[in-house]
Ligand binder design. Structure first.
Ligand code: RB5
Length: 150
């Protein structure tokens, strides 16, 4: 079990309903989500939201983050520009388990226009229930970090 069960949650305007369903679901699983919005359906730029959440994970304020946009792709790309962030888009529970177990992902991205809420909740649950396996995978994750530092 991780030391902290806090996670940060955000999206752009394309994923507000799914994000709110995720907030409820992770709360029922014993996590404390900090939802940094947006709350209105007005258009908001996904890079700004992805960066905001990623910086708080990278700073150690949150162990994990969950981010969403229409495809999950744009906000994932933005989050991964923040040093220390390993974020993947998952559409299935196998990938969600693997990005934790093998890649030590600290952020999960979802596409609200790609998968339904039922699948999204299953993917989130798989992500949160899986720990990093370490071992040979740690060497490879370290190699990802080394790319950031050149
Ligand atoms: C917003 O229309 C859309 O571009 C955004 O949600 C996302 O899919 C970008 O990757």
């Amino acid at each position: 079990m991780r030391e902290t069960k806090r996670l940060v949650l955000t999206s752009d305007h394309a994923a507000i309903e799914m994000r709110q369903a995720i907030a409820q679901h992770v709360t029922s699983l014993g996590w404390a989500p900090v939802d940094i919005g947006p709350v209105t359906p007005d258009s908001v730029a996904y890079p700004a939201m992805g960066e905001a959440a990623a910086r708080r994970v990278a700073a150690g304020e949150f162990a994990l983050g969950i981010i969403l946009c229409g495809t999950g792709q744009g906000i994932m790309m933005a989050a991964n520009k923040v040093p220390g962030i390993r974020c993947g888009v998952c559409m299935d529970t196998f990938s969600a388990r693997m990005i934790r177990a093998h890649n030590d992902a600290n952020m999960l991205s979802l596409g609200a226009r790609v998968i339904g809420i039922g699948t999204a909740l299953d993917v989130v649950e798989a992500f949160l229930a899986t720990d990093f396996e370490g071992g040979r995978h740690a060497t490879r994750v370290d190699m990802i970090g080394a790319i950031e530092t050149g």
